[in-house]
Design a protein around this ligand. Structure first.
Ligand SMILES: Cc1ncc(COP(=O)(O)O)c(C=O)c1O
Length: 337
């Protein structure tokens, strides 16, 4: 048995999803003529309480289009020190968008507006002007933490008062919604741009979207084409996304319960805290984790190594209860030693 807990991106499409893909109606999306893409974009815009959405191949491209829309070249983005946009997008904000980034820390990976407020630079001739703040929800490297709605509202108030924009990296916003019951549109409406991924917890093979105003979406389509993201008969992939939205959001609660069960079983070994598991990610603190990961892989359990003494386990569509039982058996054996 192989139980791949490295990421929730490792899922393969279900046969029902493949059927939906095979029967999709398609057209040339660069001409705006793919009916399945158009339907997906309209659905996601409505879900997120925004006017329009654009389908992109990846979450990174969606994030980068958003940053280019919100931050003029040479101006500044404030983002979490552990965020995806700063650490895992190959410096694209600077390299492609000319965006200067400054980071803030989030204790427990939870947003703290009081710490962001004094960092905002208003336009003046001596400092780089702050134009936007990026928020990640759920927070990947923070262990799938959900950003509290009250703090997000506070941040919106601050942004309005300061005349700056807000971007939400919502690659796993679905998980935040499943964990809290907060409607996706309530999260989405608080931001100027929102990126979401269909290829993480939702199990589609590829695809992300950026949702925003109609005016920004129009400019965003130009930026997408510039980045090489204008796709043709891509309705086959959009169909996977539509299927995922209709069938795989509510079931995320199962992934969360399995992550919690995994953490509760491993907690007595002193490698994680079950109380910190809010969604589908379990962070592990294990000395020399690479060795443990190697031994676990030999017994069919794949673990993500993030540093010399920490790693990550993610539950997803392709891990069932038997898989969790097997992972618990193997990992407690290895880290309990
Ligand atoms: C929080 C977050 N944002 C953005 C992305 C980027 O997605 P992609 O791999 O599709 O570029 C990821 C990918 O893991 C992510 O975890």
């Amino acid at each position: 048995m192989i139980v791949d807990l490295r990421s929730d991106t490792v899922t393969r499409p279900t046969s029902a999803m493949l059927e939906a893909m095979a029967s999709a109606e398609v057209g040339d999306d660069v001409y705006g003529e793919d009916p399945t893409v158009n339907a997906l974009e309209a659905e996601v815009a409505a879900l997120l309480g925004q006017e329009a959405a654009i389908f992109t191949p990846t979450g990174s491209m969606a994030n980068q289009i958003a940053l280019q829309l919100l931050v003029p070249r040479g101006d500044e983005l404030l983002a979490d020190a552990k965020s995806h946009v700063v650490n895992f997008e190959m410096g694209a904000a600077a390299a492609l968008g000319g965006v200067s980034s400054r980071t803030f820390s989030t204790p427990g990976s939870r947003l703290d507006v009081a710490a962001i407020e004094p960092m905002i630079n208003r336009p003046n001739p001596y400092v780089t002007t702050t134009r936007a703040v990026a928020v990640e929800n759920t927070h990947n490297m923070g262990g799938g933490t959900v950003q509290p709605l009250a703090e997000l509202k506070r941040l919106r108030g601050l942004a309005d008062a300061e005349g700056i924009a807000l971007h939400l990296d919502g690659a796993r916003l679905w998980n935040a919604h499943a964990a809290t019951g907060v409607p996706l549109s309530e999260y989405g409406r608080l931001f100027d741009t929102v990126s979401v991924c269909l290829s993480k917890g939702l199990g589609a093979p590829v695809g992300s979207l950026i949702a925003t105003s109609a005016e920004r979406a129009e400019r965003g389509r130009i930026l997408r084409k510039r980045l090489g993201g204008g796709m043709r008969q891509v309705g086959y992939l959009a169909a996977a996304g539509r299927y995922a939205l209709a069938n795989h959001i509510e079931r995320l609660a199962e992934d969360h319960a399995r992550a919690r069960r995994l953490a509760e079983a491993l907690e007595p070994c002193g490698v994680c805290g079950a109380a910190q598991v809010e969604t589908n990610i379990v962070l592990l603190r294990v000395p020399q984790i690479a060795k443990v990961a190697e031994a676990a892989a030999e017994r069919g359990v794949r673990v993500s190594v993030l540093g010399p003494d920490w790693g990550r386990l993610l539950t997803h569509l392709d891990v069932d209860d038997a898989g969790i039982d097997h992972a618990i058996e193997v990992l407690t054996d290895l880290v309990g030693e």
